[in-house]
Design a protein around this ligand. Structure first.
Ligand code: CTP
Ligand code: CA
Length: 226
């Protein structure tokens, strides 16, 4: 309701949110993907819109409904996601929740690869994808005031998350463990995250991804109001 009245704490703000996996084609029928469902990114986008923000959600392929009140831009590859995220600038807030494929297939084939009896299987040649979070965080002219990333780790969670924050130049990192058997691993409804802002670590209790989105949106609103 606040959002409808234009009276939410984030009204007048523009947020870019990336969500879901990206997929990297091997040939017209095959691709490299990952386990991201987009639930956390979509929940963040919805929560920011609830607080009155104008939200551009740049999403890889997901089986989720569009969050209410968001402009959804659908992409497949990491390069497309980067281009759409940049095209959506300027913004006050960027939240990179997508599980961006780290590598793209260089020797992608325009024809379906066929098995040939007696021949060895094809070898995929990979090249690194651009880093969307780092690109937004290091944008010179139009860097969003608050750039937030995730760190999905299977080990040394907080150390790796601190490193990632520094390396990418973002303001906050939400660290979550994706070790096998962990309750916050890919696909679940809940998440257990730690918010690192450079000085302190705030460990949030396990909660639904929707609640993580709401809590993060509140924190963003408070930070921008300062
Ligand atoms: N990210 C991104 N673009 C990439 C890779 C990652 O925007 N090409 C963002 C993710 O959306 C996330 C953060 O960077 O917010 C961390 O992603 P993660 O996969 O944990 O980190 P990487 O830097 O890719 O390192 P690694 O996968 O080797 O741990
Ligand atoms: Ca990665």
């Amino acid at each position: 309701i606040e959002a409808l009245l234009g009276a939410g704490p984030l009204s007048g703000r523009h947020a870019i949110v990336t969500s879901g996996p990206t997929i990297e084609p091997i040939d017209p029928v095959r691709y490299i993907a990952n386990r991201s469902t987009g639930r956390q990114g979509h929940a963040i986008a919805a929560a920011l819109a609830e607080l009155g923000a104008r939200v551009t959600l740049v999403s890889g392929p997901v089986a989720l409904a569009d969050p209410p009140g968001c402009t959804v831009v659908r992409v497949e590859s990491a390069l497309q996601m980067l281009n759409e995220a940049r095209a959506a600038l300027p913004a006050d807030i960027a939240v990179c929740a997508a599980a961006v494929a780290d590598w793209t297939v260089v020797n992608r084939s325009t024809e379906k690869r066929k098995k040939k009896i007696g021949e060895p299987p094809p070898v995929l040649q990979l090249a690194p994808n651009p880093d969307i979070l780092a690109t937004l965080a290091r944008a010179e002219a139009d860097r969003p005031r608050l750039v937030i990333g995730f760190a999905a780790e299977t080990e040394a969670l907080l150390d790796n998350a601190r490193d990632k924050r520094q390396r990418k130049g973002c303001d906050w990192i939400l660290a979550n463990s994706v070790a096998e058997g962990d309750d916050s691993s890919f696909g679940g409804a809940d998440n257990t995250v730690h918010l690192l802002d450079g000085e302190s670590v705030e460990s949030w209790p396990r909660m639904s991804k929707r609640e993580v989105g709401r809590r993060l949106a509140q924190r963003i609103a408070a930070a921008l109001a300062e």
